[in-house]
Design a binder for this molecule. Structure first.
Ligand code: HEM
Length: 267
């Protein structure tokens, strides 16, 4: 069940929202950009410390602090100044740290811009949902896998190297699990497609459309459940396991159940 703000945290005015302006920087992450657009993270997208982003993610959208810490550590590693204690949102486009090929709404680095919202990539993903107005595990899994296949084909046709191994697999499933868990109920994989579109297309939390922050933090166990449900819903899971070099569906399951430790190892 959702609430106005996570218990014990001051209310957030989710109606406060302004897109990036002159001199502001943004990232390939729709959620982090949205939090800057809502002025919850710095609106200019600059000088964000690890403590600051962990605090924002736990207080505003109720992400478990351990998960927030893993991503925040990755974020800091993207700053070209390795002695810095903060990062700017445009640092996050650094390929191979968190940013990877096969994004749902961004193009791949081999084709130039790996960080700006790409209407044509996103529309291809939305097409997978057909006439649906609500997600389920099967449709989210199908949309994600079709994007992987489309990216693979585009690389082959252009004679470019396609990067889709275990790291990209984990991150890509993890990101679909994150939007299901944060925008909906961490158990059932159902969110209104309209909410997903608002997050990706406008980089805004769909508060006025009815979304409310989770009452309890989204935990690693819940993330494992979401990712496991997504991988098992993929009717091409055996082919995908072979593609990423895991060999068997069983190996995919093992990779998934140790998902957050894997995040730590691959970053
Ligand atoms: C410190 C926290 C976070 C950092 C540093 C971060 C960073 C990133 C980065 C660099 C990407 C690009 C990956 C790619 O190439 O596709 C990304 C994608 C994504 N992130 Fe985040 N993220 C964070 C938290 C979150 C949270 C809490 C959500 C919750 C919904 C989220 C949702 C997503 C989604 C859905 C994508 C995939 C975008 C796409 O495929 O086009 N992120 N994130």
């Amino acid at each position: 069940m959702a609430t106005e703000t996570p218990e014990g945290h001051p209310p957030i005015d989710w109606s406060k929202w302004e897109p990036a302006g002159e001199g502001d920087v943004r990232s390939p992450c729709p959620m982090i950009n949205a939090l800057s657009n809502h002025h919850i993270l710095p609106h200019n997208g600059k000088g964000i410390t690890k403590g600051q982003i962990v605090s924002v993610l736990t207080k505003s959208i109720n992400l478990d602090s351990k998960i927030a810490n893993v991503f925040a550590t990755g974020a800091l590693a993207t700053n070209p100044d390795h002695s810095a204690h903060s990062f700017d949102l445009d640092h996050l486009r650094k390929h191979g740290v968190i940013e990877h090929d096969v994004s749902l709404s961004r193009n791949d680095i081999a084709f130039g811009d790996n960080h700006s919202f790409d209407k044509s990539v996103w529309e291809g993903v939305m097409k997978s949902y057909g006439e649906k107005t609500e997600t389920d595990f099967a449709s989210v899994s199908k949309a994600r896998y079709e994007r992987v296949m489309a990216a693979k084909k585009a690389h082959e046709e252009a004679g470019k190297d396609f990067q889709y191994g275990i790291k990209e697999f984990v991150l890509s499933y993890g990101e679909s699990a994150l939007f299901l868990g944060i925008l909906g109920d961490p158990k059932d994989g159902k969110i209104p497609l309209e909410h997903l579109k608002v997050l990706f297309e406008q980089e805004r939390l769909p508060y006025k459309e009815g979304w409310r922050p989770l009452e309890q933090p989204l935990t690693q166990t819940q993330m494992n459940h979401l990712i496991f449900s997504l991988t098992t819903a993929n009717e091409h899971k055996a082919a995908e396991a072979a593609e990423v070099g895991l060999g068997t569906v069983h190996a995919v399951t093992s990779a998934v159940t140790s998902i957050l430790p894997s995040f730590c190892n691959v970053m």
